[in-house]
Design a protein around this ligand. Structure first.
Ligand code: 5AD
Ligand code: SF4
Length: 512
């Protein structure tokens, strides 16, 4: 994969090169020496576990961390009792931070039983100074801490933590650097995320992302296309183009291009079957993009278009730069041009100053757009954001009630949208084989699989005679999950499936 460098040709006795990515490969080679020593002493390779919190962007970063660990010789496992455990953290809402602290406490217990264990933390949460203070004070057993801007330096930092007693901390405030050609270990052989841009310039007033991920930086289209070509050559059939606001992609490149133009180029790549992307900001979604999607054979029939609120007054306080009417009009334009598209969204309840009337406006938009799915979040105050300084924070009880009302509306529209295709035959990409038989209903997959979403629960089921039938789980172009009889040989293949029965948010079907 990628333009990877063979570690065997690196002279680790020389000085580390200054230029990237060569410098990182040099440190991978030095880490490999450390791994070989470990292996000689212990009669086994050291194990490593990468745990991801948060969004698709973090999931992709974790694949890069795993790629570097693998290259250095670690054995990757899915167990936090490993010799090296790294948490790739999220801080978009406070409960994400609390979860990290809770899990870190557990890691501390593992380390007491295995003092040779190393614990590392990286990602968005580490960009907050108060977090670093708390780690130094209360979690001094952590060995390595770095942030979002220097994640490409992981090999070098890993080496430094082998060489150093105590906590190694390296946090950068910002960067304009993008380092290409580092290894990545994909979670799925047949699909992959691709970063097309990093950071965000929008400064929605509730959101911490621009502060922890920095200003928007775009990768060059030729680097993106080359990466996708290599992935396709390696068996990938579906790509997800990733950015905080993909619709603004390309504007500040030396040779500016639009996101729609990039998609046209990606479409031309032979062997690639499906293209997804996220996230789209409504204010930047162009007619050109709608047209490219409508004409495309490969771009999936799914658009994640965060609404955040349906009240124009709240949207203004959120600094979203569109009105309720503009959002409704945009959604209508999309549905008119691409009738079979699924539109999913994110909504925040309890933003400062939100009244029950504002929430009614949001519910009105949910009913009118008929979202195929929506992630609903309770507003979380993030230190340093403009909204955190707003005085009219909403009482908890009002938020709870509003949240429950909204959730019910969202579930009702999502259910009726999902059922639309019952009886139809559609293409599904098979993502998983579920070898263990399971009695009862397979779990309801989430239809969106977007930012902050959980994974789909999907298991084998039983036929009418009670004998276990092996099942596979696929995803339609519109992102709805479908379970059907089949075996592992189907994973990674696009098949025709009859959508026999809709069970709330997912289908049970069979191949045709
Ligand atoms: N509180 C609650 N939800 C938030 N989001 C971002 N910041 C906050 C916050 N402070 C939600 C938005 C965004 C999604 C990824 O997370 O809905 O689209
Ligand atoms: Fe946050 Fe808004 Fe940027 Fe999305 S667009 S990451 S919500 S600031």
């Amino acid at each position: 994969m990628y333009n990877e460098i063979d570690l065997d040709i690196i002279d680790i006795n020389s000085e580390p090169p200054a230029e990237e990515p060569f410098r990182q490969y040099y440190f991978m080679a030095r880490c490999r020496e450390w791994v070989r020593d470990f292996e000689q002493k212990n009669g086994r390779r050291p194990t490593a576990c990468v745990t991801t919190f948060g969004c698709q962007m973090n999931a992709r970063d974790s694949e890069k961390l795993a790629g570097i660990l693998e290259k250095a010789g670690y054995q990757l496992i899915d167990n936090e009792k490993a010799d090296f455990v790294i948490f790739n953290t999220c801080t978009v809402r406070d409960n994400a931070n609390q979860r990290v602290y809770g899990r870190l406490g557990e890691l501390g217990g593992h380390k007491r039983r295995n003092p040779g264990m190393k614990i590392a933390l990286c990602g968005c949460m580490m960009q907050e100074p108060e977090v670093i203070e708390k780690l130094r004070k209360s979690y001094s057993f952590v060995d390595l801490v770095f942030g979002t801007h220097n994640i490409y330096k992981f090999a070098e930092l890993l080496y430094a933590s082998h060489e150093t007693e105590g906590m190694v901390v390296d946090i950068w405030k910002d960067t304009d650097k993008i380092v290409e050609d580092l290894p990545a270990e994909r979670k799925y052989p047949f699909k992959s995320g691709i970063n097309i841009m990093f950071g965000c310039n929008n400064f929605c007033s509730y959101c911490i992302v621009p502060y922890v991920r920095g200003r928007e930086r775009n990768r060059k289209p030729e680097d993106i296309l080359e990466e996708i070509r290599r992935l396709v050559a390696d068996g990938v059939v579906e790509v997800m183009l990733l950015g905080q606001n993909v619709n603004s992609y390309g504007k500040n490149l030396d040779n500016p291009i639009t996101f729609a133009q990039l998609l046209r180029e990606v479409e031309k790549i032979d062997g690639l079957k499906r293209i997804r992307f996220m996230t789209s900001h409504p204010k930047d979604l162009s007619d050109e993009l709608i047209e490219v999607m409508a004409q495309s054979e490969k771009i999936c029939r799914h658009l994640h278009l965060p609404l955040q609120s349906g009240s124009t007054r709240i949207l203004e306080r959120m600094n979203r730069r569109y009105t309720k009417e503009q959002y409704l009009e945009l959604a209508q334009r999309i549905r008119d041009r691409i009738p079979d598209i699924a539109i999913t969204t994110d909504i925040i309840v309890g933003f400062p100053g939100e009244t029950p009337e504002d929430l009614e406006e949001t519910i009105d938009v949910v009913r009118r757009v008929k979202f195929d799915n929506a992630f609903t979040f309770i507003y979380s105050k993030r230190t340093g954001t403009p909204a955190a300084a707003m005085e009219d924070q909403v009482p908890k009880e009002q938020v709870r009630q509003g949240f429950d009302r909204l959730l019910k509306t969202v579930q009702d529209t999502a259910r009726s949208q999902a059922a639309k295709y019952e009886g139809r035959v559609m293409e599904a990409l098979i993502e998983e084989a579920n070898d263990s038989a399971w009695e009862g209903n397979p779990g309801a997959g989430n239809v969106s699989g977007t930012a902050c979403a959980g994974t789909d629960a999907a298991m084998g089921t039983q036929d009418t005679m009670g004998a276990p039938v092996s099942m596979v789980t696929g995803r339609l172009s519109n992102n709805t999950v479908v379970h059907m009889p089949g075996d592992a040989s189907l994973v990674g293949r696009v098949v025709q499936v009859s959508l026999d029965r809709c069970h709330g948010f997912y289908y049970i079907g069979h191949r045709v």
